[in-house]
Design a protein around this ligand. Structure first.
Ligand SMILES: [Zn+2]
Length: 136
């Protein structure tokens, strides 16, 4: 896999995608009540504050759910099993990603995973997850 479609960015999500280019996985945090939220959005659903900041995630999490879509086929997944996973970060927020470096038959709900940033030929940087190894 050498390329992927670029994510659709908005003024609210740009910081998240820009940080990945620097190798950082960020989580938006309300500057009012300090609640974490993802996906990024302008207003805190808890206290309605429009002020926010971000923290860097540890990258550690677990598989909350996953699917292996078969259709439509995408040229960059030709011949590979494409695993789309909802990851629950240890900070408590969940985000969609892909699982990599794993036998699809070995994926389980609750599997410990860790994030890494993959850079593609087009310059796109995406957060990906792989099984967690404590010695990394
Ligand atoms: Zn808040």
């Amino acid at each position: 896999m050498s390329d992927r479609l670029a994510p659709t960015t908005t003024p609210d999500t740009k910081f998240f995608w820009d940080a990945l280019k620097d190798g950082k996985l960020l989580i938006q945090r309300c500057a009012g009540c300090r609640a974490l939220r993802h996906p990024p959005r302008p207003m805190c659903p808890r206290c309605n504050s429009l002020s926010w900041e971000s923290i860097e995630a540890s990258g550690r999490g677990t598989v909350y759910s996953f699917v292996m879509p078969r259709h439509p086929s995408w040229p960059w997944f030709e011949g590979q099993t494409h695993i789309v996973a909802l990851i629950e970060l240890e900070e408590g927020t969940r985000l969609l990603s892909n699982l990599r470096d794993v036998d699809p038959a070995a994926v389980t709900i609750g599997m410990p995973v860790e994030a890494f940033v993959e850079r593609f030929d087009s310059g796109v940087a995406l957060h990906q997850f792989r099984p967690r190894r404590e010695d990394r």
